[in-house]
Design a protein around this ligand. Structure first.
Ligand code: SF4
Length: 413
């Protein structure tokens, strides 16, 4: 978190009376927001409007479930917080629509952040039960055959970069899309709540504006999933307002946001967004989004991991160095096959030797740091893939040889 943002947050927090971030539950949903005269009042007005929108939308006379895209970062955490608060403000017999808090794990998430998210989700699940609200925590992850390691060390895909980013679709979009499709097929339609905000970037603002043009009421149709509607209740909050809201409040499920805030401070970072479509994919792994996969080579330098190391997470050092090895191997032609996977000449997959070297190094680092970085199933699938590739390669050379013999026989005839 930038020092300037932090001091602004501190100043704003002082201006707010206790409880003013989340106005009292009895505030009426149909009440018009008063005109704001100071940043703090304006902020209070915005939050009141968000709470009203959430409540009105939830109480629509149908049973389409809500799916909250939860990354564990500040924006989706605030969205989950406001949603739970909204449900708590509604009488139990009117809480008819299911709410799914969906979190995707790419299986190569930043270990410190992932540990925090796992802990938070377990805590939320445990405590939501006693709140008697229809919220369920759902974890999604890529099919193991499509994991980062199976693709890179098994099939030899080079580390992802800006022009060949094969990872986002396989590791983020497909797993969550599958869950959404299942809900749409079960309920007929579903509403996806996203914590996106205009203030995140100019591209995000343009994207929100583009989608708003197609809106029906508060909801916009999802570009790729028929029957799925997108709802972005916090889109008008600024980054500082999100921080102030989190700083000023306690989880509705108990506890505080101190750990989340400390994590951002340690990583001096932003988070990788919840990515659900190819139009969102360009923001995945960019320099403005640095909590994400620890293996990410789409960013030139992983500043988050460096800041975490500098702030005491020294055990991440071997991971940071290995991530650089992935990039170095992928960019050096001596570690790449001269033939593409389809048999055509050109810069192809990582050579077997390169894949084997990287796998051995990864397993050594895993033993050194004592954290699971790759699963046994992935190692088995990688070895199977090598055997399969070897067999295909042999077949191709045999076919080539037979063709040459056939040609020579024809010439000699
Ligand atoms: S964070 Fe990087 S490695 Fe992970 S899915 Fe996004 S672009 Fe790919």
């Amino acid at each position: 978190m930038a020092p300037a943002a932090m001091s602004l947050i501190n100043r704003e927090v002082k201006q707010l009376e206790p409880g003013s971030v989340y106005p009292a539950q009895e505030s009426r949903a149909d009440e018009e927001p008063p005109l704001a005269s100071s940043p703090a009042e304006n902020f209070g007005v915005k939050l009141k409007a968000i709470r009203r929108e959430l409540r009105e939308e939830y109480l629509q006379p149908h049973t389409k479930p809500w799916i909250i895209g939860f990354s564990g970062g500040k924006d989706s955490t605030l969205l989950a917080h406001l949603t739970v608060e909204c449900l708590l403000s509604i009488p139990p017999d009117e809480r008819k629509r299911r709410v799914y808090l969906v979190c995707n794990d790419t299986l190569v998430e930043s270990p410190v952040f992932q540990e925090f998210v796992n802990h938070l989700l377990a805590y939320i699940s445990e405590n939501l039960e006693s709140l008697r609200i229809p919220v369920e925590v759902v974890r999604t992850s890529p099919r193991i055959e499509e994991s980062f390691w199976v693709n890179m060390l098994g099939k030899g895909y080079p580390a992802p970069n800006r022009t060949f980013r094969w990872c986002t679709d396989r590791m983020k979009i497909r797993p969550t899309s599958k869950f959404i499709r299942e809900q749409v097929s079960h309920y007929g339609e579903a509403v996806l709540l996203l914590g996106v905000r205009r203030a995140e970037s100019a591209a995000r603002a343009a994207n929100i504006a583009k989608h708003s043009a197609k809106a029906e009421g508060r909801l916009t149709p999802h570009a790729d999933h028929k029957g799925c509607w997108i709802f972005t209740p916090i889109k008008d909050l600024t980054t500082d307002e999100v921080w102030i809201a989190l700083l000023k409040s306690r989880h509705p499920w108990g506890g505080s946001y101190k750990e989340l805030i400390q994590l951002y401070k340690d990583a001096a970072s932003g988070e990788c967004p919840f990515v659900l479509s190819k139009t969102d994919a360009p923001s995945c792994g960019t320099s403005s989004a640095r909590f994400g996969c620890w293996t990410c080579t789409v960013v030139e330098k992983d500043n988050a991991i460096q800041s975490l190391i500098a702030s005491g997470h020294e055990h991440l050092e071997p991971l940071a160095l290995f991530r650089n090895r992935l990039k170095q191997f992928s960019e050096d032609p001596q570690f790449r096959s001269k033939v593409r996977r389809n048999g055509q000449p050109g810069l192809g997959p990582l050579t077997y030797e390169a894949r084997r070297t990287l796998l051995e190094e990864l397993l050594a680092i895993q033993a050194q740091v004592g954290m699971q970085l790759i699963s046994e199933v992935e190692v088995r699938l990688i070895r199977e893939q090598w055997l399969q590739d070897r067999a295909e390669e042999t077949m191709r050379s045999m076919e080539k040889l037979s063709e040459m013999v056939e040609n020579q026989t024809k010439e000699n005839a």
